[in-house]
Design a protein around this ligand. Structure first.
Ligand SMILES: Cc1cc2nc3c(=O)[nH]c(=O)nc-3n(C[C@H](O)[C@H](O)[C@H](O)COP(=O)(O)OP(=O)(O)OC[C@H]3O[C@@H](n4cnc5c(N)ncnc54)[C@H](O)[C@@H]3O)c2cc1C
Length: 173
């Protein structure tokens, strides 16, 4: 998408959408932000202005597509702004039913809380990757999974040692 006409559509995830507009500005000089239902503060508007991100106010009606290619963003008032690509800020929802059913404590952000090793509040339960860390990438999710696996194995090993010790003292006793 480098150097093409990019649009960013105001989505449910307000902070992420605003960040995304600044992010894709790294790829193109031609970025238009469509606030849609987001009301920008003066500060946010100034930050867009400063980096040459154009703001087109108005409710978005639809994206126009022809021959499987995006043509533009159509507003409710009938205007169409030609765009090659449009990004939206999605709301990230962890699929953590298993963890919440087991009683794992949630953090202030509503996501299951883990220690750096991935250990949750429930003994014997570890979690890693996107289920506890929405900005995780493949590399960091894999790394967190490896750390959790090591921690989990230490936990199992400690149990084995304790069990062996108990069995030995029982037989000696
Ligand atoms: C659109 C998009 C683009 C991305 N682009 C990049 C990129 O360019 N580079 C990059 O590094 N990362 C990218 N990521 C992020 C990357 O995909 C994730 O960080 C990574 O996949 C996280 O791995 P994970 O194993 O934690 O979760 P996932 O890959 O989501 O794996 C979790 C698996 O568990 C399964 N599951 C869930 N609940 C249950 C259950 N109850 N029982 C059994 N199975 C279950 C799911 O179906 C899924 O298969 C992108 C993500 C998205 C959504």
């Amino acid at each position: 998408m480098r150097d093409t006409a990019i649009g960013v559509l105001g989505g449910e995830n307000r902070p992420f959408t605003l960040h995304q507009a600044q992010l894709v500005r790294q790829w193109s000089d031609d970025v238009v932000f469509f606030p849609h239902r987001i009301v920008l503060t003066d500060d946010e508007r100034a930050r867009f202005d400063a980096r040459g991100i154009r703001v087109v106010e108005g409710e978005v009606a639809r994206l126009t597509v022809a021959q499987h290619r995006l043509q533009g963003v159509e507003l409710v008032d009938g205007r169409t702004v030609a765009r090659t690509a449009v990004f939206v800020g999605p709301r990230f929802v962890p699929r953590d039913d298993v963890l919440t059913a087991l009683g794992c404590v949630l953090g202030e952000n509503g996501w299951v809380q883990v220690e750096p090793t991935g250990r949750t509040s429930v003994p014997g339960v570890w979690a890693a990757g996107n289920v506890v860390d929405s900005p995780a990438q493949v590399a960091s999710a894999v790394g967190a999974g490896a750390s959790a696996a090591i921690s989990l194995n230490h936990h199992l090993l400690a149990e084995d040692v304790e069990r062996a010790l108990a069995a030995r003292s029982h037989s000696v006793g």
